[in-house]
Design a protein around this ligand. Sequence first.
Ligand SMILES: *Cc1c(COP(=O)(O)O)cnc(C)c1O
Length: 444
Amino acid sequence: MADMNFTGPDPDLQDLLAARPQLEMHAQDGLCLEGVPLNAIADKYGTPVWVYGAGTMRARYAALRDAFAAENVPMHIHYAVKANDHLAVLNLFREQGAGADVVSIGEFLRAAQAGIVAKDVVYSGVGKSEAELEAALCAGIGQINAESAEEVEMISAVASRLGVVANIALRMNPDVDAGTHAKITTGLAGNKFGIAAVDISYLYARAAKLPGVRVAGIAMHIGSQILSTEPYHLAYEKGAEMVRALREAGQSVEVLDIGGGLGIGYQDEPGLSPNAFAAVVRQVTNGLGVRLMMEPGRYLAGPAGVLLGSVILQKQAGKRFVVLDAAMNDLMRPAMYEAWHGILPLDATAYRSALSPADVVGPICESADQFANDRALPDLKPGTRVALLDTGAYGAVMSSTYNARPRPAAVLVDKGGFMLITKRQDIQSLWDGEIVPGPDQAPS
Ligand SMILES: *Cc1c(COP(=O)(O)O)cnc(C)c1O
């Protein structure tokens, strides 16, 4: 399996741990998240189970907020709901002062359910249906990021019908290579996202004439898991140039939404530094006089989560396979993006034992159901447990019930304690809503 950010040999288990202050290996209790033994959580709620550290999420939010404060850049943070849409997670970021970035009406309603008011929500995405736009506008959504000329017309028509004026930003495609995996690049000319820079000024002027929209400014989002400030620098320079050009043409530009995409360290690559990122933003937007917004998801939630799985068995078949009870239906990223996730045993003795290569797989009937290839791991006896690291973002949100596997439970760790925040799905609920045609009910 080729790895997205493969930079060399796999890091030692000790190095994985040392790079993650939220995790520690306790001699008796084994692997702990924010001081809470993960074995205690697995004992109580079984595996597979997602565990999220509230302290880690708060600390990462604070690091980002403080980085902008240190640069004297007022920044409005809208948490990208799609990274982890659990109500408890949304509630936590709301408490920290975040708004939300949503990409569907379902996410909009989730954010509302978590107490995020509509005016603090930005609605992004390449295809918002009329019904979705209508619901968002009726609720008083703060901003809609429009991704095409066709969509601007559509938003204006829906808003006019409702007798409201939609606050929109135009999502500009800056045509820069984010240097990330092809499946998570969004700011290149060939991507489906955004509006080409050459079309922005015409569309801005056109939108100013439409009755149902008010154009507040420009939005951008160039991709995800970006590890260098370079692509941001290029993209934001283009964004700032666009703001100046629009103003020279007599348009009013109040908002610059710079998107998300800040990368985290999965293997041994350092994550993007919020301080370096904030410095680039200040440099590029200095004196521009815009209200700055951003939409981070992975950076805030990714490192805060682990997926715990139990070893079903180890199979010798030319090589060693460690078969877990967690699978690709739970965590899709390795199968979908060839993503690399650290794997640590929960048991302290196993952690210190001799290592040998193993493929770590799930029980699903797909060869892609593999979490790691030739990974140096200790002997992992049946019933022992492992943690798949950095799975707080694009983890549970992408899971499915493929192979009739119910969705795992989720647990929140906070202030030295833990609580269940999602019940493990009942197997029976998998066929809730399914109807079998019979004598009483047949296709007609
Ligand atoms: C996915 C997405 C984000 C968040 O991306 P991260 O890589 O998780 O920070 C932000 N804005 C838009 C428009 C998105 O689609």
